[in-house]
Design a protein around this ligand. Structure first.
Ligand code: GUN
Length: 312
């Protein structure tokens, strides 16, 4: 039997724990943990993500401060905004939604964020802390994956893990977290030779490449745990049918929208082989926002000098 790893349920649990912690902080400190979200321009996907982050904050009793700026905002204005947010005592976490418009210096802006408020974990200080086992902030998607594996009692210690993809947001921090959990980790990417053969050695296989349905049966060893970080829009009908397994509801969505959301894993082909697998949608996606709340609560506690409750 394949276990379907339910990111919606796990995400909801993490969010309700964040809500409880936020209530405790409000009682102790007289204010809620606060998250500032900066969105520049009108990229539709970014607007959706930022909207769901704001709603999640509100539902969990965190304060959210939205800064929605036009696409042609000069870099100097953004540096000044980040400086103000760094200095604002009501702001515990700062998130600059990516991608930024091309004229803006993304790296310099991310590096302007106070590492103590860097709830995305993108600042080099936090990247470094991950690799030297110091407490910092870890990017939300890989942190959420580790959290889900822990909650499903899936062991990592001593197990062979392959991460496909070496992005700064997912692949590299994922590898760091798996090493921290004592897994034996290989990072594969577009130049890797015999990718399917390498992936078949994985007991834990994490796909974060952005290629619809790349990971088919030839990548998956029987009994592997398969985590799909991909979020790809497919507008080719026959590919959509294959990757959704002809699912009626999702194909109806395809008819309405002209596309359907699929992962990097060919789910119908891979799931029967896997011991456990995340679906798309409903797998890794909901964990990212949940971990953003958890990181913001952690930032607030650290900044206020408060202890986490036992078990939290
Ligand atoms: N864009 C896509 N994913 C992310 C993320 O995790 N954080 C930020 N800030 N922007 C993103």
């Amino acid at each position: 039997m394949t276990t379907i790893l339910d990111g919606v349920a796990t995400g909801a649990t993490i969010r309700s724990e964040a809500a409880e912690a936020a209530a405790t902080i409000r009682n102790q400190a007289g204010r809620a943990p606060g998250l500032a979200v900066v969105l520049v321009g009108d990229d539709p996907a970014s607007q959706v993500y930022v909207g769901s982050k704001r709603r999640a904050c509100e539902a969990a009793g965190l304060a959210s401060f939205g800064h929605l700026l036009p696409a042609d905002t000069p870099a100097a204005e953004l540096f000044a905004l980040i400086d103000r947010l760094n200095a604002d005592p009501a702001v515990d976490g700062i998130l600059v939604q990516l991608p930024l418009p091309a004229h803006l210096p993304t790296r310099e802006l991310l590096e302007r964020i106070d590492p103590a408020k860097d709830v995305d974990g993108f600042h080099p200080v936090n990247v470094g802390r991950l690799w030297i086992d110091e407490p910092g902030f870890v990017p939300c998607t890989p942190a959420g994956i580790i959290e889900m594996l822990r909650r499903y009692d899936i062991p990592l210690r001593g197990r062979r893990a392959v991460v496909i993809g070496r992005s700064t947001i997912v692949g590299k921090p994922m590898a760091g977290l798996l090493v921290r959990e004592s897994a034996t980790v290989t990072v594969a990417h577009s130049k890797t030779r015999d990718l399917p053969g390498l992936c078949r050695e994985a007991e834990i296989l994490i796909a974060a490449v952005g290629r619809a349905g790349l990971v088919d049966a030839s990548y998956v060893a029987p009994g592997a745990v398969v985590i799909d970080v991909g979020m790809n829009r497919v507008s080719d009908r026959s590919l959509a049918e294959r990757l959704t397994g002809g699912d009626e509801k999702r194909m109806a969505a395809f008819e309405r929208n002209g596309s359907v959301l699929v992962g990097d894993v060919d789910y119908p082909a891979a799931a029967p082989l896997a011991a456990a697998i995340t679906p798309v949608p409903g797998g890794v996606g909901p964990l990212t926002v949940a971990m953003l709340l958890a990181n913001t609560v952690t930032a607030a506690r650290r900044r206020l000098g408060l202890q986490a409750a036992a078990g939290g």
